[in-house]
Design a protein around this ligand. Structure first.
Ligand code: LLP
Length: 417
């Protein structure tokens, strides 16, 4: 479900025409629908309301502080992966007790800052990290809470770059290692090991990988219980998939129905770290056609957005639906030729879509759908392209939530010597 809909031939975000926003703010432009974001958050919250669950929105997915502020004000916690994300969490006043922190490479400074902010817990990914954290906690005379990131060795059935719960991935620790660490925790007396964390991958459309992972975690939790160690938390990570093309992802309700029976038996506090599910289809990337170029073999629609704005097609071969912002009268004609929708960047890998049946002319607008997640947050200045602006729509009102970068921004941090 999302609130980008055509009224007649014109695409709207909630009650505002996308074409109007493009005129007002220029292109390329990220446009987000607040109602869509909150709908997804509320659906997930409701689906897990029968247990003691905390939703920690995953900051990396879309880290605009307006969106973080919106979600934290609705009671969401935050899942962070860096000192920068801790800074953002503080900026929006997210209380430490609602922050969880994963990452295989937390530095001393990052660990120290997060301990001082008294975050809910660290998701620790290795023995060296655990040792380092124990040392820092001792110096600070604090006892931070820790969950061990358990790698359950399950196949999330998603793109290999975003599969994170198989034994060959760099994330987490295997069952034996976790068991040993928890049973022999005397070396970590400054850490309070309170739970397990998992995150098996992203854009997962089926429930079976979660079920397998939770079953593996449950085996471990129950084993520890028999040894007299009662964990308090299980963090099942994020990963819920959305529709980009023809996927049939799980609804929040269907997902909850599958995993709740397993989770209820554990009687632990549950943490979820969704990202894409909440913001993915709450955003589009609006762009303008610069040229239509036809070669002897191909047609190219060259637009003013590029791989620096939306890297997913180039990096993962990801599919994003692309539609005209205003459908032209002859759009349904059979004569439409397939075209690659490409940016102006100096690489053949710079495309937003391949072989698309879309009929747009020079200076008309296109909308790249499902650009709310891992889009702006993965954008760059490649080819010295200033980053796009971001706009939030709330019913009939629009708000600039990130200014378009200027040429000056490109050199702000540079020094000629
Ligand atoms: N928790 C942890 C520990 C994570 O590493 C991630 C994502 C999430 C939660 C949120 O996952 P989500 O609910 O959004 O699936 N750039 C890729 C996706 C990378 C995922 C990284 N980790 C893409 O564009 O598809």
């Amino acid at each position: 479900m999302h609130y980008f809909k055509y009224k007649g031939k014109t695409l709207f975000c909630e009650n505002i025409s996308v074409a109007k926003l493009m005129d007002k703010y220029g292109t390329p432009l990220f446009i987000y629908s607040q109602k869509t974001i909150l709908d997804h958050f509320n659906k997930l919250k409701k689906a897990f309301s029968s247990i003691d669950a905390l939703i920690c929105y995953s900051v990396k997915v879309n880290s605009n502080i307006c969106i973080l502020n919106l979600l934290t004000k609705k009671g969401s916690g935050l899942d962070i992966v860096s000192g920068g994300e801790l800074f953002l969490a503080k900026q929006v006043g997210c209380p430490g007790k609602k922050i969880v922190y994963a990452s295989v490479g937390k530095t001393d400074k990052e660990i120290k800052d997060a301990i001082n902010y008294e975050i809910l817990m660290f998701n620790v990914e290795s023995i060296p990290e655990l040792k380092r954290m124990n040392r820092i906690a001792r110096q600070l005379k604090k006892k931070p809470k820790v969950a061990l990131r358990f790698n359950p060795n399950v196949d999330a059935k998603t793109h290999k770059y975003i599969t994170t719960g198989k034994k060959e991935n760099k994330f987490g620790m295997d069952e034996e290692t976790v068991k040993k660490l928890i049973l022999n925790n005397q070396d970590y007396s400054y850490l309070d090991i309170v739970g397990l964390h998992m995150h098996i991958g992203s854009q997962i459309t089926q429930s079976s990988p979660y079920i397998n992972a939770i079953k593996n975690a449950a085996r471990l939790i129950n084993f520890l219980k028999k040894q007299g160690i009662a964990l308090k938390y299980l963090n099942i990570g994020g990963g819920l998939g959305i529709i980009y093309d023809k996927e049939k992802p799980q609804t929040a309700k269907a997902f909850a129905k599958k995993v709740l029976p397993l989770l209820k038996k554990l009687k632990l506090k549950i943490i979820l770290e969704p990202g894409r599910f909440i913001v993915g289809n709450a955003g589009i990337l609006a762009s303008k056609v610069t040229y239509v170029k036809e070669t002897r073999t191909k047609k190219f629609i060259i637009v003013d957005a590029a791989m620096n704005d939306l890297l997913r097609p180039s990096l993962y071969g990801a599919y994003h639906n692309i539609m005209p912002v205003v459908k032209s009268a002859n759009n349904k004609q059979k004569s439409i030729k397939k075209a690659d929708v490409v940016g102006p960047i100096c690489e053949s890998g710079d495309f937003l879509g391949k072989d698309r049946l879309i009929n747009v002319e020079e200076s008309e607008g296109i909308a790249v759908f499902a650009a709310g997640a891992y889009a702006f947050s993965m954008s760059s200045n490649y080819n010295s392209r200033p980053r796009a602006a971001e706009v939030l729509v709330r019913g009939s009102r629009d708000y600039l939530i990130r200014k378009r970068e200027t040429y000056k921004d490109l050199i702000n941090k540079e020094i000629i010597v």
